[in-house]
Write a protein that binds this ligand. Sequence first.
Ligand SMILES: [Zn+2]
Length: 285
Amino acid sequence: MSAPVTDVHVHIQPWEMLRPAVVEAMRRGRDDMAEVERALKDPKALLALMDRDGIGRLVLINYESPDVMGFSTATNDWILEYTKGARDRLLPCVGINPRFEKDVRGRAERLADGGARLFKVHGPHMLVAPNAYLDAHPSLRALYEVASARRIPVMFHTGTSVFRGARTKHGDPLMVEDVGVDFPELDVIIAHGGRPFWTEEAFFLLRRFPRFHLDLSGIPPPRILEWFPRLEEIADRVLFGTDWPSPGVPSIAKNLAAVRALPLSPATIEKFVSGNAQRLFPPRA
Ligand SMILES: [Zn+2]
């Protein structure tokens, strides 16, 4: 039997914390809101959707962004609780914002003890640069040290964000270069590949650092090979992701079908949708 399909980038989050303008942006144009809302409330409903669509595992992205998005510090505990009964299929991702947390090291350790599988640094929404440990937020270094020591990957949002208050400058992938230089043992995920106007920078980093991975989420599948024509050079480090249910992403299943239809070998596609994620997020006993 082949390994399960893993979507490494799904936004199951506590929407009740979201600022009204953000909720409106999330809802706009969706015809599956009832389904989404059931899944947000009940992990069993989400698992049923996954079974229907042939998706084995999801990484559920959460992070603190109290002032831009509305996600308070409780968001991390929320996702640990939500995933509790199904950690083999629902992998919790948490994010500590050093603008609001004094003890980043202690918090990272506690969240890791609590089962966190991934740390998210969302620069444009946290208003923190990936390399801010060099100047504005020295405590960010502790996050990368804990993640390296405990073999927990760190995902960086790269590219634009249009939510009100978001600052895209913190999504410049070149700021992750410092992380690659200073934390060579850290597994890094470059979410969205710097799209739409930093894809060359992102690809440079992906080739330079053997522990850097590309998450395809947020890239319309027809544009993947246009923006990353040499994708096969990093085939062992490409991860299927969708960003569902963010604006412009109708469903995980449609996205998966489009990625499977890319003009690449079946073995390569299998790595993207399943094998690479299985290696980066190995099943836990
Ligand atoms: Zn996202």
